[in-house]
Design a protein around this ligand. Structure first.
Ligand SMILES: *[C@@H]1O[C@H](CO)[C@@H](O)[C@H](O)[C@H]1NC(C)=O
Ligand SMILES: *[C@@H]1O[C@H](CO)[C@@H](O)[C@H](O)[C@H]1NC(C)=O
Length: 506
């Protein structure tokens, strides 16, 4: 009895001292409205923000995920995976669409796997010694590996060498095989082993997967480490804090938790870089949001989720690994005074909503194992109404909903003038935000926005007004905002450039 009372008392003493600290932290953080910037293209590469990063890659027009068509020059017909895959590959199509499209998986600079629209891979079927071309395996092996040999004078005139050492030949509209030796043949049109390859340029992905696999295991480590070391430095944190920013949102990829030896093709060293960011943030009094931008198997098929080939494949089987990533990050940074929030997943799109909620529940629990003071940010799915998570998040403590507002990426903005863009912020964005902001609901965070728009030849004053109205609206009763991005080759996407050139004052 006595003993029990002792433990009960001890429990209450511990409980209250813990609770008191938590409460103090909450109060302090609650008054802080974030003026943040996204450190995009740092630990998760986005080629459009700095295209020159890809310049040193051999065959850099044939990166992972690049979509190509092959036309037999002899038959003037496109290669086609019948039914989108699962059976033979033929050469009898006059037009190219989905079944005639092959997504490259790069083995090295000249060897590739070809993924068809049902997500299976092209390979040689040697049953009966016919070496016919089929598309039927779920994961590529030796027989699904092809060398693309390019003509020196016309890089899009190619031969495709199969694993048996012979070139693919379009024998007839219904027979494509690798039977005869065409090694000595010419590049003439009537040669059945010659194909015209067209790259669908608007499908090209340039992200973390493409840059690391593009440079390959010999070159990628140095390229990536140099990039991490130079792209954002301690000076940038000083600049940000001196210019009125109080937080950074740092996109990271799932492989960061496997440092220093992440699976191929990813490169080790990004974790140390994130550690540095925390050190610098603390030194300059800034907060950090760690944002899982790239989840395993890609939660949106976009370049910024490190997708290999544009398919969204995140789902239930990947929940445990994704939760483990959050657990790792929360554990590592829970004690840093700079940690303000962990964002469980950036911009899910095309994922099952129930799976997402299950993950958000488990990811929240993983963060709470290590910290009760950090906020947990849940990104609203891009393809859903902005209120879709509101009822769900009521069950949690210190959860924030992240919405992204760009006057881009939709036809409705194409012809808007300056005034219409500004009115859109004042009307639509403001009312969306106020409908999300309920008295006992979660705080709302505008985790991405930009001064870029579709207006042609806008003046500096136009940009200033557009920046100003967004900051004003996105600060109304919110957790705050984060500009996309800090640095970018395209000036208006770079808050640093905007600050340096007086397009904005915070
Ligand atoms: C590329 O991969 C193929 C197939 O695995 C291999 O035979 C070839 O030697 C590799 N080439 C280079 C340059 O690594
Ligand atoms: C292409 O060839 C396959 C196999 O012979 C045949 O089933 C299909 O109908 C053909 N399609 C066209 C458009 O000719």
């Amino acid at each position: 009895m006595c003993n029990q009372l002792f433990y009960v008392n001890l429990f209450f003493i511990l409980y209250f001292s813990l609770f008191h600290n938590v409460f103090a932290a909450q109060t302090k953080n609650f008054n802080l409205q974030l003026k943040a910037v996204n450190l995009g293209n740092w630990l998760v590469t986005e080629g459009w923000m700095k295209p020159s990063l890809f310049d040193g890659i051999t065959n850099n027009d044939l990166l992972d995920g690049t979509q190509v068509h092959f036309m037999s020059t002899k038959l003037q017909m496109y290669l086609c995976a019948e039914h989108g895959g699962g059976t033979i590959v033929v050469a009898n199509r006059t037009k190219a669409a989905g079944w005639e499209t092959f997504r490259l998986w790069r083995v090295n600079e000249t060897f590739f796997n070809l993924r068809v629209s049902n997500k299976q891979f092209v390979g040689l079927e040697d049953e009966g010694g016919k070496n016919k071309l089929v598309a039927g395996l779920d994961s590529p092996g030796k027989k699904e590996t092809f060398e693309i040999v390019r003509n020196n004078d016309d890089r899009n005139r190619v031969r495709i060498r199969a694993a048996n050492g012979l070139f693919l030949q379009a024998i007839s509209e219904s027979v494509v095989n690798a039977e005869e030796d065409y090694e000595e043949s010419s590049w003439e049109d009537n040669d059945p082993s010659v194909f015209k390859m067209s790259v669908l340029s608007d499908t090209v992905l340039k992200g973390e997967y493409q840059i690391t696999n593009g440079y390959g295991p010999q070159k990628a480590p140095k390229i990536m480490r140099d990039h991490w070391k130079t792209y954002i430095t301690e000076d940038d944190f000083r600049f940000m804090s001196e210019n009125g920013l109080n937080a950074v949102r740092i996109p990271v990829g799932w492989w960061i938790t496997k440092d220093p030896t992440p699976p191929n093709p990813f490169v080790g060293g990004s974790l140390k870089t994130l550690d540095n960011a925390f050190t610098w943030a603390q030194k300059y009094g800034m907060k950090v949001i760690v944002d899982l931008h790239a989840a395993p198997a890609s939660q949106n098929g976009r370049v910024h989720s490190a997708s290999r080939d544009g398919y969204t494949e995140w789902g239930d089987p990947f929940i445990p690994d994704t939760v483990a990533t959050i657990d790792f990050l929360a554990q590592r940074y829970a004690d840093s005074p700079s940690l303000i929030a962990i964002e469980l997943m950036n911009e899910p799109q095309g994922v099952n909503l129930e799976s997402l909620k299950r993950y958000y529940q488990e990811g929240y629990d993983a963060v709470r194992k290590h910290t009760s003071s950090a906020y947990v940010i849940m990104s609203n799915p891009l393809d859903r109404d902005s209120k879709v998570l509101l009822p769900f998040v009521r069950a949690f403590d210190k959860v924030v909903i992240d919405v992204h507002y760009y006057n881009l990426f939709s036809d409705k903005f194409s012809n808007m003038n300056v005034k219409q863009n500004i009115d859109y912020i004042k009307d639509h964005r403001a009312s969306d935000l106020s409908s999300l902001t309920t008295s006992n609901g979660p705080p709302i965070f505008v985790g991405e926005w930009s001064g870029e728009w579709k207006v042609q030849s806008a003046s500096k004053i136009d940009y200033q007004k557009f920046m100003q109205v967004q900051m004003e609206v996105y600060s109304r009763d919110t957790f705050g905002w984060a500009y996309w991005a800090y640095k970018c080759d395209s000036n208006y996407w770079s808050l640093k450039w905007m600050l340096d050139n007086n397009y904005v004052k915070l």
